[in-house]
Design a protein around this ligand. Structure first.
Ligand code: SAM
Length: 290
């Protein structure tokens, strides 16, 4: 796109019907994103190791009651959770469509001889397999899917679990998503970063589509050597707690509990996320409506 197209862009969130997502599966973005996942400077793509260790402790002791379990990690990234869960004796599978993350996770699992298998697939279309004790999906990614896909992911997770198995979702609160959509516009420069290996400027703006409860973030990337301005869009769907409960129930889950964080206690980071844990019911009702 060019500057004229930016000037003429739609600024009315009620007319923004696209459900955009940054292409994390693009090999170049994936390669650059891996750096962000592994960075110990901030909790951006993944949390830093110190916090992940606390989360893994809670999952092992509280959620899995120290019992060796079969775990499916959706959107596993470079396997920072599943590899540590495997060190506690669990058998893990991870699915992610980011090629660099899956390669990193697989290499580490082989090097450390971990009981982990990683698959490079899209969780909307992947076959999840069966007989899992836990399906986990952390760090808010669930809300970046369109509601139909979110329902599909829950239904597939339900199918993948043993009776009595659990799903663990870490999701953003409705207010956190609304705040995301109401962020002020900012711009920043990078010598090289997530969007390019070349120097670039990134202009970002956010919108809150109140009617559909969606936060829309737009990133306009202006590279020094490229006349075309690249636009990336990321949408996040907001759900009230009651809507999460409906989604879970529609997928067949029962015993739906909420926790303030992945350590079980009040979030120190004030990141606006919370945790939902539910069990597989025996009645396999998967009709999904919110
Ligand atoms: C915020 S990151 C979290 C990664 C990891 N769970 C962690 O906390 O370290 C979200 C992950 O979801 C993956 N992802 C997003 N959409 C996906 C899809 N449709 N299929 C598979 N993976 C997906 C991304 O590639 C990314 O690795």
């Amino acid at each position: 796109m060019n500057i004229q197209q930016i000037i003429n862009r739609n600024m009315d969130p009620s007319l923004m019907k696209e459900h955009g997502k940054i292409p994390w599966d693009d090999p170049q973005i994936s390669r650059r994103m891996l750096r962000e996942h592994l960075s110990q400077r901030y909790d951006a793509a993944s949390r830093r190791t110190k916090l992940i260790k606390k989360h893994v402790d809670w999952i092992h002791h509280f959620v899995l009651a120290d019992q060796p379990s079969k775990i499916l990690d959706l959107g596993c990234g470079p396997g920072l959770y599943s590899s540590r869960l495997a060190e506690f004796g669990h058998e893990c599978e991870g699915i992610d469509f980011s090629p660099a993350s899956i390669e990193y996770a697989s290499t580490k699992a082989i090097q450390k001889k971990l009981a982990c298998v990683y698959r490079h697939e899209d969780i909307r279309t992947a076959n999840y397999g069966v007989d899992f004790d836990l399906v986990m999906f952390v760090f808010s990614e669930f809300n970046t899917f369109e509601p139909e896909d979110a329902c599909l992911i829950l239904a597939k997770s339900f199918q993948a679990l043993k009776p009595g198995g659990k799903i663990l979702l870490e999701v953003p609160s409705f207010d956190a998503v609304e705040q995301l959509g109401n962020q002020p516009s900012v711009w920043y420069s990078e010598k090289n970063g997530l969007f390019s290996d070349e120097p670039y400027l990134c202009l970002t703006e956010s919108f809150w589509n109140e009617e559909d409860a969606i936060a829309i973030e737009r990133y306009y990337v202006i590279e020094e050597t490229n006349k075309d301005i690249n636009l990336y869009i990321n949408c996040t769907q907001a759900y009230e707690e009651s809507q999460f409960i409906s989604l879970m129930k529609s997928a067949g889950f029962r015993d739906i509990d909420f926790y303030p964080s992945l350590t079980g206690s009040q979030n120190q980071q004030l990141d606006g996320m919370f945790v939902i844990i539910a069990s597989k019911s025996t009645a396999e009702e998967r009709r999904c409506s919110i």
